[in-house]
Design a protein around this ligand. Structure first.
Ligand code: IMP
Length: 425
């Protein structure tokens, strides 16, 4: 199985970090393919909590090679902070982490543009993480971005920065009423990053292709989730990258035929951060209860996550667009104390069932979820590691989700620790 891709099947925060960490033992390399420091992957190892934003959680496994691919937008200050923290906690990073020279950089001016753009949008804001993600990807598409490889060619770097700053300074001064960004300061900032990044920059596409040629196993790690994908998600309330499986091919530089397995991570209920439609959202009662029980606060921004019941329309859609071969269902234990657990099986507008995910995502604001109510199990599943030890109603819940979304649940996560996991293969 040369390449296994891990994707989030909902709006992010499905618990990908733990599953990637768990599967890392079975692979040689872990490669992140899109997004940036907007992601926050929480992993608990021997009771120690690690929150990683850019570096694949595979770094916590001695000897595994980790890659940040060309499809990622890299905030070098965030990356260096993460490297320093890992090294401070005893992990070797140099020689095990490689960052694509083709990856675009996020500079302080991207964060300024992100926040200024959101402020100017008022009620129409996206609710971004403010990490400069959208403006950095916009620069990449507009061919105004600065790539990691550019840091090592100072004259060319200055040209790139001048091109990037011209339209931004016009916007900052004329539209947003802010100070322009000084080119000398910006170039100096970039050059300061070069000093630390030099040890990590590489042609990671070639590294991965050579590894595949040598029959190495690669885990490709997606960030965010399918409903935040720039094409297939709840546009415009999405992130600016391809969080679905296709992002792995473009964002790592590997051939599609090498992907043999796609594992979708789905939380046993649904959450989302930021603005945008969310049909099964529960603003009162069980919503806040799920938030409290599940500790649903953003790992990156600390924002409270919006919570609701499992949405099988979303799940089925994610299975279809990603060609999901199996599912990891996470946080099952959060549902332990509920007498009844509704599952959204379809959407309806004016009593008429849609039977599918509408392509006009604005309809998601108008739909009413059609629920099927499952009996709860009122027993602790926390840290259960055998499927047969799960209460019957929990097994029924799992079976019904499999039927509704059309893929097998081969991993069930019942707690934060590595071994709080049921494997069904
Ligand atoms: P951006 O990626 O910062 O531009 O934010 C765009 C949208 O994606 C906002 O709704 C964010 O809350 C959401 N988002 C970005 N990264 C994550 C993540 O890792 N988990 C959950 N939501 C995210």
């Amino acid at each position: 199985m040369p390449v296994t891709v891990i994707i989030g099947a909902q709006w992010g925060d499905e618990g990908k970090g733990k599953i990637v960490d768990m599967l890392t033992d079975r692979v040689d390399m872990v490669a992140r393919y899109q997004g940036g420091a907007n992601a926050g992957h929480t992993v608990v190892v021997d009771g120690e909590v690690y929150i990683l934003h850019l570096i694949p959680s595979g770094i916590l496994h001695t000897g595994k090679v980790c890659v940040i691919g060309n499809g990622v937008v890299v905030d070098p200050e965030a990356l260096i902070r993460e490297i320093d923290e890992l090294e401070g906690r005893g992990f070797s990073v140099k020689g095990r982490l490689f960052v694509s020279s083709r990856a675009h950089l996020i500079a302080p001016y991207h964060k300024i543009m992100d926040v200024a753009g959101e402020t100017a949008s008022g009620a129409g804001k996206i609710g971004t993480t403010g990490r400069g993600i959208g403006p950095a990807y916009a620069d990449k598409a507009a061919r105004l971005g600065v790539r990691i490889g550019d840091l090592f060619r100072p004259d060319y770097l200055r040209e790139r920065v001048a091109a990037a700053l011209a339209p931004k300074n016009a916007l900052l001064t004329h539209l947003y009423g802010q100070k322009p960004v000084d080119i000398d300061e910006a170039v100096e900032w970039y050059l300061a990053q070069a000093v630390r990044l030099a040890d990590y920059a590489a042609d990671t596409g070639e590294l991965l292709r050579h590894a595949l040629r040598d029959d190495k196993e690669i885990l490709a790690e997606g960030a965010q989730g399918s409903m935040l994908d720039v094409d297939h998600g709840t546009f415009p309330y999405v992130t600016s990258s391809t969080a679905t499986v296709g992002g792995a091919v473009a964002g790592l530089g590997i051939p599609p035929m090498e992907i043999k397995r796609v594992i979708a991570i789905m939380k046993a209920y649904t959450t989302r951060v930021g603005e945008g439609p969310f049909p099964t959202e529960l603003t009162e009662g069980d919503g806040p209860r799920l938030r409290k029980l599940g500790g649903e606060f953003g790992a990156t921004t600390g924002r409270p996550r919006r919570c609701g019941w499992f949405d099988a329309v979303v799940g089925r859609y994610a299975v279809e667009i990603n060609g999901v071969s199996e599912i990891a269902l996470t946080k099952l234990d959060v549902l332990d104390g509920f007498d009844e657990i509704p599952v959204c099986v379809d959407y309806a507008i004016d009593g008429k069932r849609l039977g599918r995910m509408p392509e006009d995502m604005s309809l998601l604001d108008k739909v009413t979820p059609v629920y099927e109510t499952m009996k709860g199990w009122n027993a602790s599943t926390t840290e259960t590691d055998r499927y047969s030890d799960l209460p019957e109603n929990a097994r029924r819940y799992i079976g019904r989700i499999e039927e509704l979304v059309g893929a097998k649940i081969s991993i069930v996560s019942t707690g934060k620790a590595r071994d709080a996991t049921i494997l069904r293969w």
